[in-house]
Write a new protein. Sequence first.
Length: 301
Amino acid sequence: MTTPKKPDPTRADFRLIHPLRVRWAEVDLQKIVFNPHYLMYIDTAFTDYWRALAVPYEAIPPLLGGDLFVKKSTVEYHGSARLDDRLDVGVRCVRIGNSSMLFEAGIFRGNELLVSAELVYVFADPATQTSKPVPDALRTLLTGFEAGETMTQTSVGSWAQLGAQAALLRQTVFTDELGIPASIEQDAADATALHAVICNRLGQPVGTGRLLRDGDAHARDHARIGRVAVTRALRGSGLGRDVIKALMDAAASRGDRQVSLHAQRNAEGFYTRLGFVVSGEPFEEAGIAHIEMSCALVGSR
């Protein structure tokens, strides 16, 4: 009896789609992609997959007591990608066993399937590489993402409520990464500010920011956003936007009519896309170039 062939994946099967463009170094003399590069494309898409789960991959071993190791890769070629093709690489988790996880990948040019693959990962001890049961937290994370669930939770509250999480992330970003002294990064304003913290489903703080009343006595309905930080591996995934939106919503709900911030110059475009405009001259703060920006709040009471 012949086993029916499994249907080929379609682009619509994947919640995670990673776009890329074929580069010169990846093709042969006929300008066709070398076969091994397709696995590299899939591995690159896996990085985006974990980013979509709001989990920096390096956090998995210390948090869950194990790591993921590839046990088996099966690749089927349906067509060839060529130099300068724009490709979409889809990745999804299709089955979780006791210690193994089956992922499926598809590489598409438009809606045309060029390559399909199945990859078996085993959750194992990093030192001995012996298999371990997939932790419930990881199982829930993967199944939740594939079911379309939200991967983060945003909380807005006081320093007493959220300070421990906010301080942990701010130290990592501002002090450890940017070299800003802790004596400058933390100040008395934290105690009276409203804070936003975004956590992933493993409980890690991955985004934060704070909202202050403007110090100008003639601008009591003006607010100021500051200390916006996103964990490095997840930048570009929308978490910074979510932090700003949460703080702007909080400002509008309490009656503020305008919000300002000191934007790092390399993030000016990010804030412009969120509706902020330059409202002051460039300056340096903690040795980093900044610019004053502001935004009128819609719907404030």
